[in-house]
Design a binder for this molecule. Structure first.
Ligand SMILES: [Zn+2]
Length: 485
């Protein structure tokens, strides 16, 4: 028991505070290069263990910040105890990676929920909320207007070119990092009279490009040509010309072609890269009135949805499509799940479950439909898929190995009635005192999402001979498995 606690503590600390070895830091992120305008601030926060990437090599600087992410970053900056625990909010369970920080900060009055008792952890943070959080956390104001004025006075944030603070605008990870780094370290702040290009805007020109010029007017020479949707840092605006910085190049563009929210893509989509013809169907089991197995205050339906979303987030980093049979707490019949793959051009189907047996069993197992039938021509494919998934699950959560198809053949409707190679994973027993330590932990769930992603890559590579998936291992800092089938 003690060993478990020590191990868990170590893993928790390792995952929360030391996401990557500091030496590699953000030079590691392929999407935050040396010339990225927030490179120094993001490096600073990553080195301090305050900010994490989405993976070893992606920070997603242009992605919006959720309230939970903001709470975690601020909580780490304040050195609060982030160990995950139950919270007073109806929608933040112990499994949420930020649950500990949300509890600590709500106790201190830095963060608060909504009148209905919810916290809305996945809601995108707005600039006004950001100002208020920083204001309360660092004694810079307790109202949105006081805090935003204080942040502007101190050189932590700027107003928008129009003069307002942009209270209602959503904030992206790069900007939140810049504001937090400036809050923590005055060296990053904008000195009076200095131009900061701290307002994120986007080029909105449709299929045309936007000329960036050496001065504010069309008589100045063109120094760069910006594509639609390019992210620019805006300093000041005068007479319709914005002073901007793009990848360390400073110049001027016509302000009328900039927007504060990311414009939709109107460019012809790029030619599909190698593997984009592949589609993986992710099937989180149960839902709504069907909770699945329960144990230790957790319901299977929520656990598998969470892990399914993590799994999908890995596919979102590479050119393989992933579609989920459900992405909310809804009920989908087994027949509809089985048909989902063919209706959505799926290549393989992975059903996610946790097991339960009144606390009497533990471990991981994977099933495939092994009975050859007229409508099931995928026995060998499904078997290979099951083997690779089980292997990766074992590598990630060191639980008891119950094997592949421990009870003969996997006679489940979602497998039996499927028309594509299909496997069903039982990732652990939700009512086992051993397995629950992995099942209830957000970092472990994310790792499981990655493991299932890798298991499907292993299948495509080894069984289908899809060598074009090889680079995707590197995207997530992993390597191909041994050949097993
Ligand atoms: Zn289940």
């Amino acid at each position: 028991m003690k060993k478990w606690i020590v191990l868990l503590c170590f893993m928790l600390i390792a995952s929360v505070f030391v996401p990557f070895s500091p030496a590699k830091a953000s030079s590691h992120f392929t999407d935050v290069g040396n010339t990225h305008r927030a490179h120094a601030e993001i490096s600073y926060l990553v080195n301090k263990g305050i900010a994490n990437g989405y993976s070893d090599n992606r920070f997603n600087p242009a992605r919006q910040v959720t309230r939970a992410e903001a709470a975690a970053m601020l909580g780490r900056a304040l050195n609060l105890n982030g160990s995950q625990r139950n919270t007073p909010f109806t929608d933040v369970g112990k499994g949420n990676m930020a649950s500990g920080y949300i509890v600590e900060m709500s106790k201190k009055g830095i963060i608060s929920g909504y009148p209905d008792g919810s916290f809305q952890p996945n809601k995108v943070l707005k600039r006004g909320e950001m100002a208020l959080l920083i204001g309360r956390a660092f004694n810079m104001g307790t109202t949105v207007s006081a805090a935003s004025k204080s942040l502007m006075d101190k050189g932590i944030a700027q107003g928008l070119p129009g003069g307002s603070f942009g209270t209602e605008l959503q904030i992206i990870r790069a900007d939140f990092s810049v504001f937090l780094a400036r809050t923590l370290n005055a060296d990053f702040r904008v000195k009076p009279g200095e131009v900061s290009f701290g307002t994120t805007m986007y080029v909105n020109t449709g299929s045309d490009t936007l000329n960036m010029r050496s001065g504010p007017g069309t008589s100045h020479r063109v120094i760069s040509s910006l594509k639609h949707a390019t992210v620019v840092g805006v300093g000041t605006v005068s007479n319709g010309w914005a002073h901007v910085k793009v990848n360390n190049v400073i110049g001027y563009v016509s302000y009328s072609y900039l927007t504060t929210s990311k414009p939709g893509s109107v460019l012809p989509s790029p030619p599909p890269s190698a593997a984009s013809d592949l589609t993986v169907i992710i099937d989180p089991g149960h839902g709504a009135h069907d909770p699945g197995g329960v144990g230790y205050g957790h319901q299977e339906k929520n656990v598998v949805l969470n892990i399914g979303r993590h799994m999908k987030s890995y596919f979102d980093m590479v050119p393989i499509n992933a579609k989920m049979t459900r992405n909310s707490d809804v009920f989908v019949t087994l027949q509809d799940r089985a048909k989902f793959a063919s209706r959505n051009d799926g290549d393989i189907f992975v059903s996610l479950h946790t097991n339960a047996l009144n606390g009497a069993a533990n471990g991981q197992e994977t099933f495939y439909y092994a009975k050859t039938a007229a409508n099931n021509t995928n026995v060998q494919q499904s078997r290979a898929l099951a083997i690779y998934l089980q292997e990766r699950m074992q590598e990630t959560w060191p639980l008891r190995d119950r094997g592949v198809n421990p009870f003969g053949y996997g006679n489940f409707a979602v497998l039996r009635e499927n028309t594509v190679p299909a496997a069903l994973v039982e990732m652990g027993f939700i009512d086992s005192s051993i397995d629950i330590k992995y099942i209830n932990n957000e970092a472990h769930r994310k790792a499981m999402g990655k493991a299932l992603f890798l298991g499907t890559l292993d299948y495509f590579y080894h069984y289908e001979g899809r060598t074009d998936v090889l680079p995707y291992y590197k995207t997530v800092g992993a390597t191909v498995s041994k050949k097993h089938h």
